[in-house]
Design a protein around this ligand. Structure first.
Ligand SMILES: [Zn+2]
Length: 233
């Protein structure tokens, strides 16, 4: 499992800076086909703007077939489940693959199971390994892991279907997920420590005026540096 940590310091939830003692893990899936873990940084690392609702959210990590992107400290109070579960649970989102759309409610329309099987297995494995790492860090077991829809049944989360609208398509459930976590937790040899990705960043300027920074960013992107971004300190 490859773990990249990059905190969403401009997200309102990060700024709220409330802490929790994690008592469990809540597994979500994004309901946003084809948007992978790294892509959520630019989407959510922003403050709430008048008229929006979509950014009043933050989860601890996104998981896809490549690895895990951690966006909040694990003991930060997240805004992931719209209920009391935010006070106790670490929230992780498994990214859903592309190539389908959502119909009414949580119906996945045009979801190709066999085409997505390889992606699903890798993302599943990364989610299992992340849960094992967190269980060890916070002295939890597989019993402390629920999904969003189970959280709703326990009255600690809003009424969402994830992940049970998706897992069964691949013959899986939260019970088999917990079973896989239990199995890996019970292995004597701890799994390899997550690989932390290192980055060597190249800075091209420092500005006290945001407009100047944005102008320089636009210039860099125009020059072909499409991965360029502004880092606020
Ligand atoms: Zn959810």
């Amino acid at each position: 499992m490859e773990l990249t940590t990059r905190y969403m310091t401009r997200n309102d939830c990060y700024k709220a800076n409330q802490k929790i003692s994690p008592k469990g893990i809540m597994v979500h899936s994004t309901a946003t086909p084809g948007v992978m873990a790294a892509d959520w940084f630019s989407r959510w690392n922003k403050s709430y703007q008048a008229g929006e609702t979509s950014r009043q959210v933050a989860v601890h990590a996104f998981v896809d077939d490549k690895g895990v992107w951690q966006y909040l400290p694990w003991n930060h109070r997240g805004w992931h489940c719209g209920g009391a579960g935010n006070n106790t649970h670490i929230g992780i989102e498994i990214c859903e693959p592309g190539g389908f759309s959502y119909g009414k409610g949580s119906a996945m329309v045009g979801y190709n199971v066999s085409m997505n099987e390889a992606y699903f297995r890798k993302a599943w494995q990364n989610a299992v390994e992340l849960c094992v790492m967190l269980c060890r860090e916070y002295d939890l077991t597989e019993k402390d892991i629920i999904c969003h829809s189970e959280g709703h049944k326990l009255s600690i989360a809003s009424n969402h279907a994830d992940v049970m609208h998706w897992f069964p398509k691949h013959g899986k459930s939260m019970n088999t997920f917990r079973a896989d976590v239990k199995k890996l937790l019970s292995t004597k040899n701890k799994p390899a420590e997550p690989v932390k990705k290192k980055y060597y960043r190249v800075q091209i300027g420092a500005y006290s005026d945001k407009a100047n920074a944005e102008a320089q960013l636009a210039k860099a992107k125009k020059a072909g540096f499409t991965d360029a971004f502004i880092k606020y300190d």
